[in-house]
Design a protein around this ligand. Structure first.
Ligand code: GLA
Length: 689
């Protein structure tokens, strides 16, 4: 809902539980008034007449109060917008008008020929903000254009939550007190990055289920930056957008425009858990395509066979996968060009004739005949120097004239900003998807930008932004031309996970780390923002060959992976008949609880870290608890798990034991898990009777 004051200078957006208010002063300063619980328009108007604090000349009264601080004039905060022309730098804008369309509010400002529009849209309790810049004047350089600046209310002792990591250890939750100055996270790598998810949360005293939490998440899959600033008077602002530094984003000639990605903000008074559930519901409703369709159980060949693959050997795996109940069989790397190792073949997207003499069609049809969907791995944005593509077009990669071309994993990055590169990839991928009945594409990105040059292009910096737009354009075009095909975003595991890529992919590869214990912490972090519906998790072999050689039971591996979109990635040709029979039981159980996991509400009952941890998913009258015991010490009895979101006056039947539990007992005294020893795990289903 959008309300506007009679004088057309105060705007109030309201969702089911929260409100957001802005005000334009007589001096044409756009001030932030309120973000938090629902208020009335009269409340916003009362806030609008409260004078700004007065300062000695060394502080600006505007700092910490402006909705979108531009560069220049009486401000000392980090500017959200920085523009340079041949004559001057910075912005001095005046208000042009506001517009509304459905629930979207647009505030239009002008500075000479540059028109700046701030966009606002409330989707449930999530405020989506973005900015468009339309240049009708002389050419200018856009050094920085953040999507939004968020202002928090005056409180003491703010805490910052963030998700940090690296390859094999993504999205780990860290929470620390905010101090004066700035905390800056981001990526200067050309993709979202393993190091930080583009999300922050701020609170003063929240717990898992209580207290106010503010969250901000950016929808952009290239380099990005979010800066959280605690200003001199302890006010806190969060500003963020595409691009890491201010070295230049784009040049806008007369008639050109730029739209920033969306920066979404959420206020919740339901603690960290309530904030996560609101983020999940928002993404399922507005971001993720076809989120009401559950994701199938997949098999992926990577850990089983790596680069050493053939049609015959994949058929053996497919038979075993089908026998344990897998629904989607994915052939990972190694099926194309001369790709028998990571040294060659990237870029040549045609099946390797020695390995697949009649192309992918026979295997795809065989997999379909086994009752499964068929998927493949691609890494379209990359090229091995040892490839047909690179030999034909050495100038198609990002590079600087006369400088070394840095290789990581023996590969270079294609310059997707070039039209000819985009067209090549479109033709190859469209052709591939037309050549065989392919239902699924795992789209990988296995190295960062290092030599982001573009010889001959007058403004090469634009390739950072244009690469992302080209990626989005390709995905959109492929989805439109092949509507039945689902896409997974992968970047050496979780290196490209954000609201931007999630709006055009069906799930993401969470991490190359498939150790089931490490995964609990990675999944705990991931769940702060993104729903289980997109969180792919595989059961692989034990001891874990990729990461740490930790041995764990099939039970522990399955229950860990069942908290997301279940997959199997072990070498099934080596699994015993007993193991295959056990796997089949777990897959059957997963298919039973899948609607709850993928569409239900998540309650994190106990975080991972030493002893007992557990999550609960709730959908209608059904609930399921997944619990893991890392290690039991001193033979101590384990705490019972107090369940959430149950009716205390109802009774619940445990589908595992047939026992009847009273709701009040489950909520106030808890459920006993019966776990023992080290690396034990269980699944407990309860149905209201
Ligand atoms: C990346 C992915 C893996 C696998 C390999 C293939 O590392 O994260 O899952 O697809 O590439 O080369």
């Amino acid at each position: 809902m959008l309300e506007i004051s009679d004088n057309g200078r105060t705007w109030l957006l309201t969702g089911p539980t929260s409100s957001y208010a802005i005000h334009l002063t007589d001096g044409e300063e756009l001030l932030h008034l309120h973000w938090g619980p629902r208020i009335a328009l009269a409340d916003a108007e009362a806030l609008a007449v409260r004078p700004l604090p007065e300062y000695w000349p060394f502080e600006s009264p505007l700092d910490g109060h402006e909705e979108y601080p531009v560069e220049g004039g009486p401000r000392f905060v980090r500017p959200a917008l920085s523009v340079r022309t041949d004559e001057r730098r910075g912005t001095e804008w005046s208000f042009e008008r506001y517009e509304t369309e459905d629930d979207e509010l647009r505030l239009r400002f002008g500075d000479g020929g540059l028109h700046i529009t701030l966009h606002y849209r409330m989707r449930d309790d999530v405020v989506e903000r973005w900015v468009t810049l339309d240049n009708q004047g002389a050419a200018l350089e856009l050094l920085r254009a953040d999507s939004a600046t968020w202002t928090l209310p005056d409180r003491e002792d703010w805490r910052l939550s963030q998700l940090h990591g690296r390859w094999g250890a993504e999205s780990r939750l860290a929470r620390s007190p905010l101090t004066h100055g700035e905390k800056v996270i981001g990526s200067r790598r050309g993709h979202t990055g393993h190091q930080h998810l583009p999300w922050v949360a701020l609170d003063t005293d929240a717990t898992e289920e209580h207290g106010e939490v503010y969250g901000c998440a950016l929808g952009w899959s290239g380099s990005w930056r979010i800066a959280v600033a605690q200003l001199p008077d302890a006010r806190v602002q969060v500003t963020g957008g595409a691009g890491y530094d201010d070295s230049g984003l784009l040049r806008l000639a007369a008639g050109e425009s730029f739209t920033t990605p969306v920066f979404a903000g959420l206020w919740s008074d339901g603690g960290f858990g309530g904030a996560s559930r609101a983020w999940h519901a928002y993404q399922r409703a507005y971001v993720i395509p076809d989120a009401d369709r559950d994701r199938p159980v997949l098999f992926n060949s990577w850990e089983a066979t790596e680069f050493d693959i053939s049609e015959e050997q994949q058929s053996v795996l497919a038979r075993r996968a089908a026998a344990i109940g897998v629904e989607l069989f994915v052939v990972d790397d190694g099926w194309f060009g001369t790709r028998t190792s990571d040294r060659a073949g990237l870029g040549d997207w045609t099946p390797n004739p020695d390995r697949f003499p009649s192309g992918l069609k026979p295997l795809a049809e065989y997999v379909h005949a086994l009752g499964m969907q068929f998927g493949i791995w691609v890494e379209p944005e990359m090229v091995n120097p040892d490839s047909e593509l690179y030999r034909a077009h050495p100038d198609w990669v990002q590079h600087q004239t006369g400088r070394k071309r840095t290789e990581f994993r023996n590969q270079l990055v294609l310059n997707l900003a070039r039209d000819d590169v985009q067209e090549y990839l479109w033709e190859r991928l469209d052709g591939l998807l037309s050549s065989a009945p392919i239902d699924y594409v795992k789209w990988d990105f296995n190295r960062c930008f290092t030599d982001a040059g573009w010889p001959g292009e007058p403004y090469p910096q634009r390739l950072w932004v244009d690469h992302v737009h080209a990626l989005y354009g390709l995905l959109d075009r492929l989805r439109a031309a092949h509507p039945g095909v689902a896409f997974e975003s992968c970047s050496g595991g979780g290196g490209r996970i954000d609201l931007g890529v999630l709006s055009r992919t069906d799930q993401v590869w969470t991490s190359d780390n498939t150790d089931p214990l490490d995964r609990l912490a990675i999944q705990h972090g991931f769940s702060q923002i993104h729903p289980a519906r997109v969180m792919a998790a595989w059961v692989t072999d034990s001891p874990n060959a990729m990461l740490n050689h930790r041995a764990s039971s099939l039970r522990f591996r399955f229950v860990s992976a069942m908290a997301g979109v279940l997959g199997v990635g072990g070498d099934l040709s080596l699994w015993s008949e007993d193991e295959l029979a056990e796997a089949r039981k777990w897959v059957t159980l997963y298919r039973d609880i899948r609607p709850m996991v993928q569409r239900g509400d998540l309650y994190r009952l106990r975080p991972p870290g030493g002893g007992l941890s557990a999550v609960q998913y709730v959908l209608g009258d059904e609930t399921v608890v997944l619990a893991w015991l890392q290690a039991q010490s001193y033979g101590e009895p384990l705490p019972a798990l107090r369940l959430r979101a149950l009716d205390p006056t109802a009774s619940y039947e445990c589908l595992e034991t047939g026992e009847i539990h009273r709701g009040a007992v489950l909520v106030h005294h808890g459920l006993r898990t019966g776990l023992r020893g080290d690396l034990d795990a269980t699944v407990i289903r309860l149905r209201r009777i």
